[in-house]
Design a protein around this ligand. Structure first.
Ligand code: ADP
Length: 546
């Protein structure tokens, strides 16, 4: 007798309590589970980190007494799940291509020993995977195929895995079995890609909402001086070189994880580097120590990723811009799973974008035309230079409106709340800021220095620096110090704005084997300065945050 699925019956709640220890289903969980049980319907679920995705595919197997197949990209993630299911007395196993004792596991599967079978995509789409499915279909009851971390299907996602694209074939082998695609981060475009690629039919789409109200978002320009940057992250109330709690520092390259870890160790920070170049044993040890609070900080590449289930990560630092907003949101999602306030601090520089291109060139998927590096970097660039609430920007990017007022929101809202609007001095009553004078100062500076330098030298000049890096003749120039009332970051943003609006152009040249970048005026920039001489009422207005 199939009970009503409007609300979970007492019987369901009893099973939930017995096997999973929970007293009720979360509303999206129940919606998904009931549609699988009642209608055998396909599902595509986008649930923020910590919502409880695993229950959605584990419960149907337990309730029906059938078998759920779960595809997941990471062995370590699956090992953890198999272990925790064992503790709950639920029989689960794992199948990957390099699996030990594979034939024993395969035999046990056919003997109905397991309720939940975790598989890597490589195994499932390989010969033995397909043979297993065909055999299982004849003899066993497969109640569900779940595709975890389903964003890996899409080249528009942030962690594209080509093998995931072949998972649609499972539909041909198991036509009547519902498929559940599930992930924490997907834009509308990724969602559509998932549905199409897995050939989901009339799927039920569920969305938990992306907002993580306890995460505070901050962005800073990276300085040359790591020491200076990190002082912005440290918890001064705890003394020098203390981070606000368990912290992950993401870097773009393996080399920088090592150098930053060394830098921090020299300051007695209990930390370790983590990247794919380390041995599996070393990586496991580092991960375990972090989980057990034996390490305060992990300095990692994005290889330290899925499967990090530490509830009390208090701070995520990105020392370098992540390759996409999706990747960024996934990575900061590892902070504050316990709901307590946590900080997400991003340091960026223009050089980060060149590093992305180099990484994309070297990556295994570089010949895959649709890796969309450029478009992804444009989206994250806009985030870095946003003058609006950062939370609103991200949520909007994922297709959600954000109207809420949140005390723990972002640096921009916080500055506005504190009345620290020095950056927006000169904003008129309609909320426009006239950049004319700043553009003029920066362009005149570039002109005075002959367009032969990078932004750092121009800023030294603008701010009236006496540094030896600036030639003496420039220190005597009448414009030297013409922008000393504004910060270094301010001028960096002006430089970016001028570049974006094509008043200046960036040129690269190679010196002693190193690529260096200089900025020079374009025709548009030159014309702007000429027009300024002629018309005093010229305005360059950009809407400032209201
Ligand atoms: P996700 O994969 O979405 O990040 P998990 O499946 O790891 O989330 O679950 C996150 C946490 O939420 C776990 O500690 C889990 O025990 C808990 N959880 C899941 N579902 C429920 C529920 N219905 N009631 C209470 N806690 C739940």
């Amino acid at each position: 007798q199939i009970p009503s699925y409007e609300n979970p019956s007492f019987y369901h709640l009893k099973i939930l309590k017995k096997y999973f220890g929970h007293s009720s289903f979360r509303s999206l969980q129940w919606g998904i589970i009931s549609s699988i049980l009642k209608d055998k319907r396909d599902n595509c679920a986008i649930m923020s980190t910590g919502y409880g995705k695993s229950l959605c595919y584990q419960y149907p197997a337990i309730y029906t007494g059938g078998i759920a197949l779960v595809v997941s990209p990471l062995i370590s993630l699956m090992e953890d799940q198999v272990l925790s299911l064992k503790v709950a007395n639920i029989q689960a196993c794992l199948l990957g291509t390099a699996q030990k004792e594979k034939s024993k596991v395969l035999t046990q599967i056919m003997e109905k020993k397991y309720s939940i079978i975790y598989l890597t995509p490589e195994f499932l789409i390989g010969e033995s995977g397909i043979a297993l499915l065909t055999e299982m279909k004849k003899q066993l009851d497969i109640c569900l195929v779940a595709v975890d971390e389903a964003h890996c299907i899409s080249s528009w996602g942030h962690d594209f895995r080509p093998q995931y694209r072949k998972l649609g074939n499972v539909r041909d082998i198991l036509p009547g079995v519902p498929i559940l695609a599930i992930t924490a981060t997907a834009t509308k475009r990724v969602e559509l890609d998932i549905v199409k690629s897995l050939r989901l039919q009339n799927p039920k789409i569920s969305h938990s909402g992306f907002d993580r109200p306890n995460l505070y978002l901050e962005v800073f320009h990276k300085n040359q001086d790591i020491m200076y940057d990190f002082t912005k992250v440290l918890d001064r109330s705890l003394g020098t070189w203390k981070f606000p709690g368990p912290t992950i520092i993401y870097c773009l390259t393996r080399k920088s994880t090592e150098s930053i870890a060394e830098f921090l160790k020299a300051r007695d920070v209990n930390c370790a580097a983590y990247h794919a170049g380390k041995s599996l044993k070393e990586r496991k040890e580092t991960h375990e120590k972090f989980m057990k609070d034996q390490l305060d900080v992990i300095v990692a590449t994005c290889a330290f990723g899925m499967g990090i289930d530490k509830p009390d990560v208090r701070c995520i630092v990105h020392y370098g811009t992540p390759s996409s907003l999706e990747a960024y949101y996934q990575e900061i999602g590892r902070a504050g799973r316990d709901g307590e306030p946590s900080r997400c601090v991003l340091f960026f520089s223009d050089a980060d974008f060149r590093t992305h291109l180099l990484i994309a060139d070297k990556s295994d998927y570089s010949n895959f035309k649709g890796s969309h590096v450029e478009e992804k970097s444009t989206n994250i660039r806009k985030y870095l230079h946003s003058t609006e609430c950062r939370r609103a920007y991200i949520l909007h990017y994922f297709g959600e409106d954000y109207n809420g007022k949140n005390d723990h929101c972002c640096d921009i809202c916080c500055r506005k709340d504190a009345g620290m609007e020095e950056n927006y001095e000169g904003v008129d009553k309609d909320g426009y800021y006239d950049f004319k004078d700043d553009f003029k100062s920066m362009l005149k500076t570039i002109e005075a220095l002959g367009g032969r330098f990078g932004v750092a030298i121009y800023i030294l000049f603008l701010r009236g620096s006496r540094s030896a890096k600036l030639k003496d003749q420039f220190k005597k120039h009448p414009l030297h110090g013409c922008g000393k009332d504004k910060s270094e970051n301010w001028w960096k943003s002006i430089n970016n704005l001028l570049l974006q609006e094509k008043y200046i152009a960036r040129k690269s040249f190679c010196m002693h084997g190193f690529t260096t970048y200089l900025f020079e005026l374009t025709h548009k920039g030159e014309r702007f300065l000429e027009d300024l001489e002629k018309k005093n009422d010229l305005k360059v207005e950009v809407k400032a945050p209201s």
